[in-house]
Design a protein around this ligand. Structure first.
Ligand SMILES: [Zn+2]
Length: 306
């Protein structure tokens, strides 16, 4: 199968009543783990690479790996640029064979975000490449945060409607209280689900995307701790809030941190437990297996969530 545009997979997910998983990779082991999990669950996935991942692995390597994986995989895969900011890189990804790009101009004022996003849509659309954009700022929101502070960083639903009309994007990542990384929240995690519903209404059912959606599960933290990883205060989005977000209109859920933690715990415990081991396949392999099991669980959760 050829790599598929994200919009195609998102529409299928929306009509199938589930949320699509997007998983980040920057090396062969993560890619294999994600693709195998997609096959295991018979569910399409989005293969996401950040600008940093492209720099690390090389654009040509990433595209070749993703194409080879798609050719073998029984379900459709999409190759997506996560948080694209550099227009030259976005152009290069589109030319090289990516089937989806995110333009993240959320740090710019609204009008400039609209202009930059619309410019990417003009580049991508003729090539059949999907475009995701972001509105608002991704910061963890706690119960104690004042309303004015929330409004300053979270997405404004009316603006979201205008943004989608003016840009023609295929999906939108609205800031509703999640943050990237393993330390999203100082207090209790809290997603603004009412705001999410308002955004869905204002954008007329456009597929919405949840970033910073790792759940940093207790089992993963336990495995990390057992392997000697120190992560005091690590906290993710709880499963019930994630489920509620999917019900409120989220069609794509991004996961990166959970994969990193899982991989690290498995590799580290292997290395520590077998001091004489120096064959990379023997200590990276367990990391790959652990990530595959996690992605499989995550996909199943997202299928059940709606
Ligand atoms: Zn993100």
């Amino acid at each position: 199968m050829k790599l598929a545009p994200a919009r195609e997979l998102l529409d299928a997910a929306v009509s199938g009543g589930y949320a699509l998983g997007a998983f980040n990779f920057s090396n062969l082991e993560f890619l294999q783990a994600i693709v195998e999990a997609a096959g295991d669950t018979d569910t399409p996935v989005i293969l996401a690479t950040s600008e940093g991942a492209v720099k690390y692995a090389g654009l040509d390597n990433i595209v070749a790996l993703a194409r080879a994986a798609a050719a073998r995989c029984p379900v459709p895969l999409c190759l997506h640029l996560d948080h694209g900011q550099n227009m030259d890189l976005i152009r290069a990804c589109i030319a090289a064979g990516y089937t989806s790009v995110m333009i993240d101009a959320s740090d710019l004022p609204f009008t400039e975000n609209v202009e930059k996003t619309a410019a990417v849509v003009r580049l991508a659309r003729p090539r059949g490449v999907s475009v995701e954009a972001e509105l608002g700022r991704l910061v963890g929101i706690e119960d104690s945060v004042r309303v004015e502070e929330r409004d300053a960083v979270l997405v404004d639903p009316a603006e979201a409607g205008e943004f989608v009309r003016r840009t023609g994007v295929d999906s939108l990542a609205p800031a509703v209280g999640t943050a990237h990384g393993a330390f999203k929240f100082k207090g209790d995690p809290r997603l603004d689900l009412a705001r999410l519903e308002q955004v869905r209404e204002a954008t007329r059912g456009l597929p919405l995307v949840l970033h910073g959606a790792s759940s940093v599960p207790t089992e993963v933290l336990k495995a990390c701790r057992a392997a000697g990883v120190e992560l005091p205060g690590a906290k993710g989005v709880p499963a019930d809030q994630l489920r509620a977000a999917v019900r409120a209109g989220v069609a794509k859920v991004n996961t990166d941190t959970d994969l990193r933690l899982t991989f690290l715990a498995a590799v580290r415990s292997t290395i520590v437990g077998r001091p004489g081991e120096f064959d990379p396949r023997r200590y990276l392999g367990p990391g790959r297996d652990a990530v595959q099991a996690l992605v499989r669980e995550r996909i199943r959760f997202l299928r059940r969530a709606s």
